[in-house]
Structure formats: structure tokens, C-alpha cells
Design a protein around this ligand. Structure first.
Ligand code: CS2
Ligand code: MN
Length: 353
């Protein structure tokens, strides 16, 4: 059980607090670098010793972002792929086992409100309503996110990424899911053999929400999509990060079944456990992890993990803001700590059964 941690300069949660959450043994961490850069080993080694010094493991990196030129299939992609490979080798030397990434064009996750009040209990969580997108463009969303982020640079919405937003969007005109998959395969064919050689698994994070946005092709939001991804390069190193909140935002996606399917195939390397409550069609809020707080059966989800991929790294994904905490939306301490304990409790019960 791990918690995501953004680093001492930008994460208000100190490592020792994470260490004090019973059963949490590590973090999913990162260096804050623009996509396409080769990560310097000294910097990562310093991060690792800081994390290890706090009594926590750093075996999962989230995320090493994929440069847009790779997704677009531009000639410059080879240079960025070479950097990706060099980073994977470096991370392997530093003891990293799983690298999470996504292949979503331009925009990563998308919510329409980062601080939505939950009327029942006065807490706040992230919220999505397709109706709120009417008349809004990606640039408006980027501004809204910046204003609602409490001053934090949100992963997926980093300022340097947003500065290029309009230009990058224009370059995707005419891009189809099939072309995107061809470019994806080119990337995997280059990187996965290196992962195999050095004992790292790449874990693809699904689209969040689980449908295309702003007309951009998205290719990771259903069981069929994920099947195509694992088939692009057939290797256990070409794996998935099973994010329940992302995939599950589409009620058609049967989460326990999807987990069992890809777990049995040995294609799940990491799990993000999150619960959401459906409020309407394409309208949901992120809820507490407890099954009854949302729309997912977290017991069944944990059982599927226990049955088919019990050795994966897992973390509670986005939590609510509770107890007046001021933090990075989705990544406060309190609700994620509650989530971790709940998930560990389910795990203990399943295990003893
Ligand atoms: C994360 C994603 O905060 C989140 O929603 O699950 O940002 C995730 O880290 C990336 O999509 C993975 O590359
Ligand atoms: Mn996730």
C-alpha cells in the first residue's frame, strides 16, 4: 500500500505523516520534469534517499510523461523515446519496478469542479458534469483548474503544458484512434524490450473520464481498448495501471471483471483505488472510498485484485477534502489515509477468509 507523493517542494504532506499511516509502506513518486526530458540520476537518487530515509519505499514512479511528439508520431519522437529509455534504465538502477504513464493526447484527467461541496457532510471533492463543458474550451478549463487548484501545479495540468495547449491541440487535427495506436505501438516496441531487460513494468493509466473529450482521440477507456493496448506489444512489461475511478466513470465498465481479466493475464502492475458516485448521465463526483459512499463495490474490486494480481502496488486515489484541510485537490492527507485503512481492512478480511 502506497500513497502518491509529489516531493518536498510542492507536496504539503510530509513523508513522516505518510509513514504514520498504518500499513502504508511506500510512495508513488516522481521528479517534476517536462515530458521528454531525460531524468538526471543524481536528482532521483536524492529523492530516493529522502523517501527511504523516512522509512518508505520508492518502487513506483508516477508518472514519466510521454512527449506529445511521440503520440503525434513526429520525426522528433526518436529523440524523446531515447530519453524515455534512458530514464527507464536509470530508474531500474535505482530500484524502481513500475513506471506509470498515460497515452492521452494533450490533456490528462478532466474535472469540471475541483472543490465541489458534498451536501450530505460538508466535505469537498472533485466533480464532473458534461453539461458544464458546454461552451467551454480546453483553454477555459485550464484557467479554471489553475484558479481552483489552491496554488498547486496539478499533475496533468502543469503550466508548461498549458502554455502550449492551443498549439498542441491544433496538431491533433485529423488524428484518429487507429493512427494514435500505430504511434503507441512504435513507442512500446522501442521501450518494452528495455523494460524487460532491466526488470521494469510500464503501466498505462486509463483515460479519465472514460470517454473522448474535446474531440481528441482517446484509446484507453474500455476493456476492448485495454485489450488492444496489451496486444500492441505482447509482454508482461507492457502492463496497466488499473485506475478504478477513471475506468469506472463509465458505468458500462465492469471493474471487478476487467481486473480479473487483465489480472489473470498478468497485465496489471499497479492499482489506483477510488470510488465515485454517479449523479446523472456523465455526471459524477469523487466520493469517499467506502463502498456505500459511492457507486462501486470496493469489496468486489479488492477481491478481484486479491484473486488475480495480489502482488501489485496499490494506492488510494483521489480523496475528498475533509476536516478543513488545505491541500492539493484530490491529494490531501486525511481522506486518502482513511481510504488506505479501509482498503487494507478489506484486504485483511479477504485474506483471512
Ligand atoms: C492521476 C493521473 O491524479 C490523477 O488523476 O491518476 O494524473 C495519473 O497520474 C496519470 O494519468 C498517469 O500518467
Ligand atoms: Mn488514477
Amino acid at each position: 500500500m502506497t500513497l502518491r507523493w509529489y516531493g518536498r517542494d510542492t507536496d504539503p504532506v510530509p513523508l513522516r505523516y505518510i509513514r504514520q499511516i498504518p500499513g502504508v509502506t511506500g510512495i508513488m513518486g516522481l521528479l517534476d520534469k517536462p515530458a521528454g526530458e531525460d531524468w538526471p540520476e543524481e536528482e532521483f537518487a536524492a529523492l530516493k534517499s529522502e523517501v527511504n530515509g523516512a522509512g518508505l519505499a520508492l518502487e513506483v514512479v508516477e508518472s514519466v510523461n510521454v512527449h506529445e511528439d511521440i503520440k503525434l508520431g513526429l520525426p522528433s519522437r526518436d529523440e524523446y523515446i531515447a530519453n524515455y529509455i534512458s530514464t527507464v534504465r536509470m530508474l531500474a538502477r535505482q530500484g524502481v519496478k513500475v513506471v506509470i504513464y498515460n497515452f492521452m493526447p494533450v490533456l490528462d484527467w478532466l474535472r469540471t469542479d475541483l472543490n465541489h461541496p458534498i451536501p450530505e457532510d460538508g466535505s469537498f471533492s472533485m466533480f464532473y458534469d458534461e453539461k458544464d463543458l458546454k461552451g467551454l474550451g480546453p483553454m477555459d478549463l485550464a484557467r479554471r483548474n489553475r484558479d481552483g487548484s489552491g496554488g498547486f501545479s496539478l499533475s496533468g495540468w502543469e503550466p508548461e503544458r498549458m502554455a502550449q495547449l492551443e498549439k498542441t491541440l491544433a496538431r491533433y487535427e485529423g488524428m484518429t484512434p487507429d493512427i494514435l495506436r500505430v504511434n503507441y505501438k512504435y513507442f512500446l516496441d522501442a521501450v518494452i524490450p528495455v523494460c524487460e531487460e532491466c526488470g521494469v513494468r510500464l503501466a498505462c493509466h486509463p483515460d479519465d473520464p472514460a470517454w473522448p473529450i474535446f474531440g481528441l482521440p482517446r484509446i484507453a477507456h474500455s476493456a476492448e481498448d485495454l485489450e488492444k493496448i496489451v496486444a500492441l506489444h505482447d509482454s508482461p512489461a507492457n502492463a496497466l495501471c488499473l485506475c478504478t475511478g477513471s475506468l469506472g466513470s463509465e458505468p458500462q465498465n465492469d471493474l471487478p471483471e476487467i481486473i480479473r481479466h487483465f489480472g489473470r493475464k498478468n497485465r496489471i502492475a499497479a492499482v489506483h483505488a477510488r470510488n465515485v458516485r454517479f449523479l446523472d448521465k456523465r455526471c459524477f463526483r469523487e466520493s469517499a472510498h467506502l463502498s456505500e459512499a459511492g457507486s462501486f463495490d470496493m469489496y468486489e474490486i479488492m477481491r478481484a485484485v486479491h484473486e488475480t494480481c495480489p502482488d501489485v502496488w496499490i494506492r488510494p486515489d483521489h480523496g475528498r477534502m475533509i476536516w478543513d484541510e488545505k491541500g492539493r485537490p484530490g491529494y490531501g492527507l486525511y481522506d486518502r489515509a482513511l481510504g488506505a485503512e479501509y482498503l487494507l481492512g478489506l484486504w485483511e478480511a479477504i485474506d483471512k477468509q
